[in-house]
Design a protein around this ligand. Structure first.
Ligand code: GLN
Length: 497
């Protein structure tokens, strides 16, 4: 049995029946990391020692009959989420030696639920990027094709789950950073409603857009993780005081009468026809299971990318001003304070982060504020109103996650705008604060494609249900047999032993 291919639910059941121990499962995952991570590079830090200690503790609790939602299950955490027992680098030279004094709220919740945290995953520096190539520690590679990117910025988390280097993972999504890697790596990813999950301890990129969410091999796993991490947190003033459902227990395959809107604007120029055909056939499958499919229009979509790439850098430029070489992180000397600032920030930040700081600072400066920032905020309102209008007619929206499948490593590095265009179908969701789920729905050019389901605020349960229904409908589909390189390779080795 290949323990690394277990879903979170299967692992929980086997642990609960004591057929496997958490130490065995954790060791299997650590071995997989050892075998494949030199090639995939999903992790920045592997926390072997603390993981094994947590696994031993979980086994003790299991033997005492204690039950907790993730007791003994190996989970990875994106390296922009604070952990008190491991570095939190944000894939930046600025924070290479940074050890937070506290756990993020979500990390505390994972620990309380009994999860075994196996390590911190790679990302684009400070979560700015769409490919995980802008990491100070080198790129992550797509487990389906090592010459391709895993998507970004949570590429490490998605790749880890795809390659069996964790059973689930946390990521963050400011403009698509959970959904894009989920789509590119063939795993399930959920961006919750803004405020659903506490941001306390998430290193801020663009605070009005950032949201933490889960990755897993299947919808149920994502649902289980969401129930653990969601909920009100007094430490995050933007966190919502809404009840948290038992998302996994309430999953159903019933989509009869569910009204699914298909936005015209998500199927226009730039969308690879091979991706389009896979996504359209997924929507048809939901229709044949009883959903009602309707065309809708989100006319202001055309402004979303431009608005996002003003608002996000503007907030980033303010958030990143804290890295001054004085408080924490990298600290370079200089003849005076200005030289020390310049030396620290010049050396500490990589090229994309510097680009964002410059764009953001420009957009916020006196004289340009109205022309850029204020205008972008107006566009944001219009985009939000498009969604509000659509959700008067439909229960959720379905469409592609990205215009293409995973692209080649290096392909878009010289052209920032072509990289930004990857986010065209994802940034709208953050701009409006909505939840969205990505589920694998087939292959194009032999690479995974993700179906994006978008719902109104607070509709995580509905999205997970629709995703689960789709997963069940296609459980036997041929494309599901296509596995990432390492998983296939290692499953064979595991079988031989
Ligand atoms: N690719 C987008 C950006 O670079 C989104 C990143 C994210 O969601 N963190 O801003």
């Amino acid at each position: 049995m290949d323990l690394c291919s277990l879903s979170i639910t299967e692992a929980r059941q086997r642990l609960g029946r004591r057929e496997i121990s958490s130490v065995e499962l954790t060791q299997a995952v650590l071995r997989r990391i050892q075998d494949v991570d030199e090639r995939v590079h999903a992790y920045i830090t592997v926390t072997e020692e603390t993981a094994l200690a947590a696994a031993e503790r979980a086994d003790r609790l299991l033997s005492e009959g204690v039950d907790a939602p993730l007791l003994g299950v190996p989970i990875a955490v994106k390296d922009n989420i604070c952990t008190r027992d491991a570095p939190t680098t944000c894939a930046s030279r600025m924070l290479t030696d940074f050890r937070p004094a506290y756990d993020a709220t979500v990390v505390g919740k994972l620990r309380d639920a009994g999860a075994v945290i196996v390590g911190k995953t790679n990302l684009d520096e400070f979560a700015m990027g769409s490919s995980t190539e802008f990491s100070a520690f080198g790129p992550t590679r797509n487990p389906y094709d090592l010459d391709r990117v895993p998507g970004g910025s949570s590429g490490g988390s998605a790749a880890a789950v795809a390659a069996g280097e964790a059973l689930g993972a946390l990521g963050s999504d400011t403009g698509g950073s959970i959904r894009l890697p989920a789509s590119f790596c063939g795993v399930v990813g959920l961006k919750p409603t803004y405020g659903r999950v506490s941001r306390y301890g998430l290193v801020a990129y663009a605070s009005s857009l950032d949201q933490i969410g889960p990755f897993a091999g299947d919808v149920q796993g994502c649902a289980e993780l969401l129930s653990v991490i969601a909920g009100h947190d007094p430490m995050d003033a933007t966190s919502l005081d809404w009840p948290v459902g038992d998302y996994a227990a309430s999953l159903s395959t019933d989509v009869k009468g569910l009204r699914i809107g298909v936005p015209d604007e998500y199927f226009g120029a730039g969308l690879d026809p091979a991706v389009e055909s896979v996504v359209r056939s997924a929507i048809r499958q939901l229709e044949s299971a009883g959903a009602e499919v309707l065309p809708v229009s989100l006319p202001h979509t055309k402004y979303a990318l431009a608005a996002y790439y003003v608002i996000a850098p503007a907030e980033a430029s303010a958030n990143l001003s804290r890295y001054d070489g004085v408080k924490y992180g990298l600290s370079e000397d200089g003849a005076d304070i200005w030289e020390a600032f310049a030396a620290t920030r010049g050396k500490g930040f990589g090229i994309e982060v510097k680009r964002r700081i410059m764009i953001g600072t420009y957009a916020l400066s006196a004289g340009y504020y109205d022309a850029y920032y204020l205008k972008a905020q107006r566009a944001r309102t219009l985009i939000k109103q498009d969604f509000d209008r659509a959700f008067e007619k439909v229960d959720l929206l379905a469409g592609p996650t990205a215009p293409t499948v995973a692209f080649k490593i290096g392909e878009k590095m010289a052209d920032p705008v072509s990289m930004y265009l990857t986010d065209i179908f994802t940034v709208t969701v953050n701009t409006a604060g909505l939840p969205a789920l990505v589920v694998p729905c087939g292959l194009a050019h032999a690479m995974p494609v993700g179906l994006q389901l978008i719902g109104p605020a607070g509709s995580e349960g509905r999205l997970l249900n629709a995703g689960y229904a789709y997963e069940q409908l296609t459980a036997q589909a041929e494309w599901r047999a296509c596995r990432p390189l390492m998983t296939a390779e290692n499953a064979e080795i595991a079988e031989e032993n």
